[in-house]
Design a protein around this ligand. Structure first.
Ligand code: ADP
Ligand code: MG
Ligand code: ZN
Length: 627
């Protein structure tokens, strides 16, 4: 068994208790021991008389001088030394001089004192051990509380603030978010030499809010500021503030700032600030007191220190829309810096940062990877290169090649690869479904290019058709959206045309969801329907996150009916077109399905070649040709 103080104490407690009573029994102060020896007594008056007569030989004082055992000898006592007990009213100095004069052997026995001292210790012994034991147990559970969050521990001792004295991250490690970096260079200068700012009376912002989707490098950037300026980095997550006990959040904030002040200049980084900084008094079921207290404490602390103390609070969130406006007031997080998902150039820069420590084959250009990964965040890209490196190592190759990158991209986007189905009716149906997507995507001019079609399952999907999204994702034309709707319909329509109405499967549910949402947005957000150029719905947000709660309908019932009709009309129209495409191209579809079942994967290039032999392809900008 492992040695543990706790068990030791627990086991020793009964032993100590039993021992204590035995010990008390043995050592019970018994001051009357000696007095009992002499059974005879005499009065104080008689004692003085004997003293005058010179019969008293020895006086032993007990009991603080209240009792005396007297040895006396005299004719009245039969000329034999006798021990007699005398109760003394008071031990006055007069009596002592008198005793001295009579050459009486005087002795005092502070035995009672002695006994009572041991008694006191004895009485305290048990409680002391008990209290020590309790203290020990508390300490232990406090320590373990640090790891397990046990409810035995409170507040302060287990604050989750992480401090890094040197983050080791530099601006060079952060790429692709140049504007944000520029903003921060000034902060670094301030932290390095505050005098140049204070001399001219400049007030440096206390709080900076980093806004951006997850994985774009907000934490990394904050660390880089600390690393570049060589100051400590205090890191706490908003969700950690708000925990089990009411009041703990506020005390953590206090604790955090106390520590920060001791270590100034420094960076305090609050991740996920939306967890505490959410609009107060919003949301379902009233406010959360604990959160509001924490937020109030945070505001108080931020107001409490002057601008130039050298503490800079950096907070990160991906939801600035729900932040409490009090947080954004001047003197708090008055600077906001957007960190966006990187564009092509950004991705290239991030890839080169993460490729620094990796061995990459010469014929693999980072540019090509950057082009194939629109929409990837910095974290996705880092993850992608890492996956590729792992695959490379697993195959005992020494350089990462295009093959590993390909596999890794697919894995990052769609999850792990499964094993292919054996040839069966359902495999044929899936093949038709995927080729349906692919053929519509290839024949519509405005559709994204098909990158590959595969029957190898991945994640939830039984088969997949990959498209190369174009770089420009923020401005999409009406024709492009319609093309996407038709592309999404391609799978289901192919099933229907080939196998008949009764055989269609649930496999299309995802496609249907996507195309319905697209067509609805055309009507309600993009003004692309007969209803006209109105915005009828704001982007949906989670009702649990406050504010947008009550904004359900902004239009009349007539318009609602109208919206539904328009959404339906768009989809119906697209559906008819798609059926035409599938029916008109049936021979090539059958041919492609056979190839797909045999090969399991057809690349975009192969697909286009096969289709081109059979029909005239629309002109498209080909990203593939650049790969
Ligand atoms: P966020 O805090 O925005 O969610 P992180 O800063 O935690 O994102 O990013 C996670 C990881 O992704 C980083 O540690 C880094 O390896 C990588 N990364 C993200 N953005 C970048 C970037 N702009 N430059 C370099 N690496 C990045
Ligand atoms: Mg982060
Ligand atoms: Zn599909």
């Amino acid at each position: 068994m492992k040695f543990s103080w706790k068990t030791l104490i627990l086991w020793s407690l009964p032993v100590l208790i039993v021992g204590f009573f035995l010990w008390q029994g043995f050592y019970t102060p018994n001051s009357s021991n000696e007095q009992n020896i002499s059974s005879s007594k005499m009065t104080y008056g008689r004692f003085l008389e004997y003293l005058d007569l010179g019969w008293i030989k020895k006086v032993d004082l007990y009991d603080n001088g209240h009792t005396a055992i007297v040895e006396a000898i005299g004719p009245e006592l039969g000329n034999k030394t006798q021990k007699i007990r005398v109760e003394l009213p008071i031990l006055n100095s007069e009596l002592i001089t008198q005793l001295k004069k009579a050459h009486v052997d005087l002795d005092a026995h502070p035995q009672k004192m002695n006994n009572s001292f041991i008694g006191i210790i004895g009485n305290l012994f048990f409680p002391i051990i008990f209290i020590l034991g309790l203290i020990f147990l508390f300490q232990r559970s406090n320590n373990s509380g640090n790891n397990t969050g046990s409810s035995m521990s409170f507040g302060k001792t287990r604050s989750q603030v992480q401090v890094e004295m040197n983050t080791g991250v530099l601006f060079d490690d952060v790429a692709g978010i140049e504007e944000a970096k520029e903003e921060f260079k000034e902060i670094v200068t301030f932290l390095k030499c505050p005098e140049s700012f204070t001399a001219v009376g400049a007030r440096i912002p206390k709080g900076i809010l980093l806004l951006g989707p997850p994985g774009t490098g907000k934490t990394l950037l904050a660390k880089a500021i600390a690393g570049e300026s060589g100051v400590p980095f205090f890191n706490i997550s908003g969700s950690e503030f708000v925990e089990m006990f009411v009041g703990v959040g506020a005390s953590r904030v206090r604790d955090l700032f106390k520590k920060a002040k001791k270590n100034a200049p420094c960076i305090v980084f609050i991740d996920e600030i939306d967890a505490v900084g959410r609009q107060r008094g919003a949301g379902v079921g009233g406010g959360n007191d604990e959160r509001e207290q924490t937020l109030n404490q945070l505001l108080t602390e931020m107001d409490g220190f002057e601008g130039n103390t050298g503490i800079i609070v950096i907070a990160a969130t991906n939801r600035s829309d729900i932040l409490d406006s009090a947080l954004l007031r001047p003197g708090r997080f008055d600077r906001q810096v957007m960190v966006n998902v990187p564009d092509f150039k950004g991705r290239l820069a991030i890839l080169s940062v993460h490729a620094r420590d990796k061995k990459i084959s010469k014929d693999l250009s980072l540019e090509m990877i950057a082009r194939r990964t629109p929409g990837f965040s910095g974290a996705d890209l880092a993850n992608l290169l890492n996956e590729a490196a792992i695959l490379t190592a697993r195959q005992r190759k020494s350089f990462i090649s295009i093959y590993e990158i390909d596999v890794a991209i697919d894995r990052v986007i769609a999850g792990m690869e499964g094993t292919a189905l054996i040839d069966s009716k359902s495999k044929r149906l899936i093949a038709y479904h995927e080729i349906g997507h692919a053929i519509v995507g290839t024949l519509l001019e405005q559709h994204d290019l098909v990158q590959k079609v595969t029957l190898i399952p991945r994640g939830q999907a039984k088969g997949l058709t990959w498209f190369l999204p174009s770089e420009e994702q923020s401005l999409i034309s009406r024709t492009q959206i319609l093309a996407r709707i038709m592309g999404a319909l391609g799978g289901r329509v192919a099933e229907e045309v080939v196998f008949g109405d009764t055989e269609v499967t649930t496999g299309a549910s995802n496609d249907l969801q996507q195309l319905t949402s697209l067509s609805r947005q055309m009507v309600t957000r993009f003004g692309m329907s007969n209803i006209g150029p109105f915005s009828l719905e704001s982007q949906r947000s989670n009702p649990f996150l406050g504010r947008s709660m009550g904004m359900k309908t902004e239009y009349s019932d007539t318009i609602a009916t109208n919206i539904d009709a328009q959404v339906q009309a768009i989809i119906q129209n697209c559906y008819e077109n798609t059926v035409q495409i599938i029916k008109n191209n049936r021979p090539i579809i059958d041919y492609l399905v056979d190839i797909l079942i045999e090969k399991e994967t057809i690349t975009g290039e192969e697909l286009r070649q096969l289709v081109a032999e059979y029909t005239v392809l629309p002109k498209k900008v080909s990203y593939a040709s650049r790969l």
